[in-house]
Write a protein that binds this ligand. Structure first.
Ligand SMILES: [Zn+2]
Ligand SMILES: [Zn+2]
Length: 328
């Protein structure tokens, strides 16, 4: 348990009187000074702002309670393609789960209670919130601010080093919650297939690989485009899962701002950023032309626009559905 060094400038009686505050995220009991105020200190275990305020958890959450309608619609379109499941199974069998796992255990740092313990504590807190079995988590050296979840039977989550370096503890917690959301929403198999398709479609060597026939089949059946269209919309559902875990729309908003603005984010006005998101959403709803261009541009990105995502997430935080789920 962390103990603060006595501050000689403080009167001795305030140091002598210590309180214990149980972290609302990880349950760790933290010794604090008698003049402690919620959020002024960070939990010694998960490093999130310390508070014992009640927090809603969702052990029996039905994914349909938060799945974004655009995700549900795109998934229905994908599943309506005859033979989609067997084609994707063939694609995934070609690479296999072991290849994904071996790649990360060989190249990335595995997060454990002893390795990056605060990240592990965040992961455990997220999984307890959503009622999900704790997956393996890796940190990989990568300058692109990103994270992903993959696997076939056993999902793994990978956080890029640049993401952890750039985000604060609450924002990192939100990203882990988004990734665990993919597991809770049962996205992992399709998401892994989508990532694999993107990887192969972007490489001219794909035609020479042993799985070339199945790749051609998947493209010709229209599965590849339906899969990639769904994968972008699936992000919107997992931003909602992250909202349910953090229960703070501004943490999601600030995370998106850093994803959009990179290191420049410290100079960006948060309120203006939110206004830009609302403006985007208004045009997106109103104009089919905007929708068309957003989709076209989106097709080249792994994740949809951060501006769009923040608008969607903050709008959902105002709905009765969100308020009912979180009890706010
Ligand atoms: Zn904690
Ligand atoms: Zn995602």
């Amino acid at each position: 348990m962390p103990k603060k060094k006595p501050d000689p400038s403080e009167p001795s009686e305030s140091i002598a009187t210590r309180l214990s505050v149980k972290c609302r995220y990880c349950g760790q009991k933290n010794a604090v000074r008698s003049d402690y105020k919620a959020h002024d200190a960070n939990c010694g275990k998960c490093k999130l702002p310390l508070s014992d305020a009640p927090r809603k958890t969702f052990e029996d959450l039905d994914k349909n309670e938060y799945i974004h309608p655009a995700d549900a619609k795109a998934m229905a379109a994908l599943k309506a393609i005859p033979g989609v499941d067997s084609a994707l199974k063939k694609l995934l069998a070609w690479t296999g789960e072991s290849a994904i796992r071996v790649m990360f255990t060989a190249s990335a740092v595995k997060v454990t209670p002893k390795q990056c313990p605060d990240l592990h504590a965040k992961l455990e807190a997220v999984c307890a919130s959503l009622g999900v079995e704790v997956p393996d988590l890796f940190v990989q050296q990568n300058p692109i601010v990103n994270a992903f979840t993959g696997g076939v039977e056993k999902p793994i989550i990978v956080l890029h080093s640049a993401l952890i370096e750039r985000l604060n503890d609450e924002e990192t917690f939100a990203v882990i919650a988004h990734e665990v959301g993919h597991i809770h929403a049962e996205h992992v198999l399709y998401l892994t297939a989508a990532r694999l398709m993107e990887f192969l479609l972007n490489r001219s060597v794909a035609a020479l690989l042993p799985g070339a026939e199945i790749i051609k089949l998947i493209v010709s059946m229209g599965i590849a485009s339906a899969l990639l269209a769904w994968a972008r919309r699936a992000e919107l559902s997992c931003d909602r899962a992250a909202l349910l875990v953090t229960q703070d729309p501004d943490v999601i908003g600030r995370t998106m701002m850093k994803l959009a603005g990179g290191t420049f984010a410290s100079k960006i006005d948060y309120e203006e950023f939110l206004a830009q998101g609302r403006e985007f959403k208004k045009n997106y709803d109103a104009s089919s032309l905007d929708r068309f261009w957003a989709d076209v541009t989106n097709a080249g990105l792994t994740h949809p626009f951060p501006i769009w995502r923040v608008a969607e997430a903050l709008e959902w935080a105002q709905t009765e559905q969100y308020k009912r789920l979180t009890g706010v």
